[in-house]
Design a protein around this ligand. Sequence first.
Ligand code: ADP
Ligand code: MG
Length: 219
Amino acid sequence: MIDLSNSRPFASGGNRHCYQHPDFPNRCVKVMLPGRVAELRQRAPWYKALTGDSRFDDNAREVAGYRQKVLRNAAKDSSVWDHLPRWYGITQTSEGPGAVSELLRDEYGTPAMTLETYLKKFSLDDPIRGALERFSQWLRATGVLTKNLLPHNLVVVTRKGQEELYLVDGLGNADFLPLSEHFAVSRRRYIERRIEKMWKRIHWEISDRHIPWKKAERL
Ligand SMILES: Nc1ncnc2c1ncn2[C@@H]1O[C@H](COP(=O)(O)OP(=O)(O)O)[C@@H](O)[C@H]1O
Ligand SMILES: [Mg+2]
């Protein structure tokens, strides 16, 4: 059991608090915000609310994401890890079940900046364009399946003198039927769709955002 009761999260998303692991400084522990699973369940349409809690629990979805075919049996030095935090499983904490993964840090040791922050600071400059291109090629080459790729779920790390992106949230398959898990053609199409949508979202984030994202997404 990890005691996080006196720790402060270094970051929080819409669903989880992220803490630095008290025993391993290179790991982070993510726990669901108090009451969040119940809240999401209440808001969901009835047919979704009928299913188990795991649907509304980002940690459970992350477990499933790391269990996908190309990651399940991947060797430690495989290129599938080039843009993903290493995964250490679920651990009990004082704040509830915690998902433990590699904490990505910048050269000063502080948690890495998200792509969202990077775009606000530097916009779409050449180094980040290069990083996005390499990240996309990696998705195509490895076949790693992700949900929609959002700038606040990618972090920017310097590796060998250049910026690289890591996906810290959103692994897994967004489709109801997991065809892309089993068929190469579906997989390729699925991945291209995620990449296309990622660019759409990036261009929206650096725009004046006069169109709401929900609408821009459909254009
Ligand atoms: N492995 C990690 N390394 C560094 N920062 C991280 C890591 N995982 C998450 N973060 C930071 O914490 C924030 C929230 O984490 P995330 O997993 O996206 O939670 P949520 O499920 O609430 O969306 C991220 O936007 C990022 O800033
Ligand atoms: Mg997130």
